[in-house]
Design a protein around this ligand. Structure first.
Ligand SMILES: Cc1cc2nc3c(=O)[nH]c(=O)nc-3n(C[C@H](O)[C@H](O)[C@H](O)COP(=O)(O)OP(=O)(O)OC[C@H]3O[C@@H](n4cnc5c(N)ncnc54)[C@H](O)[C@@H]3O)c2cc1C
Length: 521
């Protein structure tokens, strides 16, 4: 199908592909522009050396870290060490910006091609204002009840496997999970028993993989952080974009990097796009920007004109601000007497302290060679030895929005992020509690890798939604307050980060925006 198109979508990740799917279902003609290419299915998909050490699927691009205090941390810190702990930057000017390689993926499907497919809903309270020691987690311009029916749809679209009745913080739901939870392997089932004996409530993770009758998921050990060679992970390409293209109403243009959005008055008129064949102009009736929180903000800032001198839709100066990315750490708990033979590890969470501190989630089984990407000086044989006896967790705490945590364009046009982590005291408390719990469960040592700015995996904020045009960039249905035919539907609309994995909420909001706003026609 060739144009003209009703809607042009920029970016084929969680937000963009889900929008394209929902638009196609309503009969709209859609063009999706994606700067990357399709990620090939190849043996290297499951090779940790290729994926982690050689960064095979990451771009060459570098960003600048302009944070007042360098956010790069000691990579692997022992229990109790002060090294590697996040901190609040003091006031005053910091060191010059430092280049770093961001943990992003410019491919069809975006970051979902390598994501861990953990697809929980946010909790009701995540949509409400909550005061924390370091500041306010603001209310969203809509509540959990407004998104609930779209969570149901998103769980069906992304084939979420889960169960209810285990997690003390689970939100209400109007329909059961479409598929039953992934069963724990014996090592994890035993870990769950140990956790229960310490008084917490281990709960099954909500996972997006294809374990339906005849589904392609083989429960391999390279799911989290790797692309799926079987097409069995519920990524945005597999579950949303390809089905949308199959309707015949959606075209995908790869290798198409949008450089500017060009507005005429209150409307986007056309896009300027770099392709392998040179620069092209692309027109449409309505536009969706879904390039990921950092790139969407950078694109709006790059699209300044006489009417929008600070960037498109940026009269408030808020575009790029309130950049968040969760306070995250990986902990590896080692039991010297016990081999961890688990294959698919990511089946369990502990959310008992969610509202107060955050979540603990098992991650995919880490291999020694994966540890080598941060523990560069530790011999691989020692890392292999550790990995055979360790179980790995993600310790995740809410980040808070702050004006000064932001994405800007550096003088040479490259992306610069500035972030002083907030809510770090809470994160340290959660980490301490996790370590205590794991020690009580019989683990001999716990090692921590604190995430730094280069991870960027849960980036959000930067183009926030709100009811008031003076304090937000988008309306509650993600349409720009200042631009009538432009919606921003990716992680950038989040007014707060919650302490849960973001992708299902991005998808649910994309479905809501198409169903309830003029974007859907
Ligand atoms: C290793 C890893 C593990 C993760 N695990 C989980 C998890 O288990 N659960 C979870 O909920 N989340 C997880 N995440 C985060 C999740 O992947 C993101 O929150 C989600 O993909 C964000 O969706 P998005 O639409 O905002 O952006 P993305 O999915 O990143 O999509 C943005 C797209 O826009 C394209 N693009 C960018 N700029 C341009 C341009 N100028 N022109 C055209 N195209 C452009 C990009 O190439 C990309 O395809 C993980 C992320 C990583 C990296």
């Amino acid at each position: 199908m060739a144009g003209p198109y009703d809607v042009v979508v920029i970016g084929s990740g969680m937000g963009g592909s889900t929008c394209a799917w929902a638009l196609a279902r309503r009969g709209a003609r859609v063009l999706v522009l994606e700067r990357g290419e399709r990620l090939p299915r190849e043996p290297a998909n499951a090779d940790p050396r290729e994926v982690f050490l050689r960064r095979r699927y990451k771009p060459e691009e570098t960003w600048l870290d302009g944070s007042p205090v360098p956010s790069r941390r000691g990579p692997l810190s022992g229990l109790g060490s002060r090294r590697g702990r996040p901190g609040i930057a003091p006031n005053g000017s910091g060191p010059p910006p430092r280049p770093f390689a961001p943990g992003v993926h410019y491919v069809v499907g975006g970051n979902t091609k390598v994501y861990g497919a953990s697809l929980p809903r946010f909790r009701e309270r995540d949509f409400e204002a909550v005061e924390h020691a370091d500041g306010l987690s603001p209310a969203w311009p809509f509540g959990y009840q407004d998104l609930e029916q779209y969570y149901v749809e998103a769980e069906a679209l992304y084939r979420v496997h889960g169960t209810t009745g285990e997690d003390p913080t689970e939100p209400w739901r109007s329909a059961p999970y479409p598929y039953p939870a992934m069963p724990h392997e014996p090592y994890i089932a035993e870990l769950a028993d140990r956790l229960r004996s310490r008084g917490v409530h281990p709960a099954s993770n909500a996972m997006g993989v294809d374990r339906r009758e005849g589904g392609g998921c083989i429960r391999c050990r390279t799911c989290d952080g790797f692309p799926c060679p079987y097409g069995a992970k519920s990524d945005a390409e597999t579950c949303a974009l390809d089905p949308a293209i199959a309707t015949g109403r959606v075209d995908l243009m790869t290798g198409a990097r949008v450089r500017h959005l060009v507005a005429s008055g209150r409307r986007v008129d056309h896009l300027v796009v770099s392709t392998g064949e040179g620069t092209r102009t692309i027109r449409g009736e309505r536009f969706v920007l879904a390039a990921g929180a950092v790139n969407s903000a950078a694109l709006l800032l790059a699209s300044d004109d006489d009417r929008h001198p600070a960037g498109l839709g940026n009269r408030t100066g808020l575009v790029g601000r309130n950049f968040m990315m969760h306070n995250n750490a990986h902990v590896a708990a080692v039991d010297v007497d016990r081999t961890n033979d688990v294959v698919f590890a990511k089946t369990l969470s502990v959310n008992d302290w969610y509202h107060e501190l955050g979540t603990l989630q098992l991650i995919g089984k880490v291999q020694g060679v994966m540890m080598k990407s941060w523990a560069t000086t530790v011999p691989l044989r020692l890392l292999d030895l550790l990995a055979r006896r360790s179980v790995e967790w993600l310790v995740m705490t809410e980040d808070l929005p702050h004006r000064d945590n932001r994405v800007v364009r550096a003088a040479d046009g490259s992306i610069m992020t500035m972030r002083t982590a907030l809510n770090t005291g809470t994160h340290r408390r959660l980490h301490r509690r996790a370590v205590e719990l794991l020690r009580q469960c019989g683990y001999d040592a716990v090692f921590t890798q604190w995430f730094d700015i280069s991870m960027n995996s849960h980036q959000c904020g930067t183009v926030v939604a709100g009811a008031d045009p003076a304090t937000s960039v988008l309306d509650p249905w993600c349409r720009m307050h200042e631009v009538d035919n432009l919606w921003v539907v990716d992680g950038s609309f989040f007014p707060s980060s919650a302490a849960m994995n973001p992708a299902l909420t991005i998808a649910a909001q994309a479905l809501r925006v198409v169903a309830e706003s003029e974007l859907g026609g």
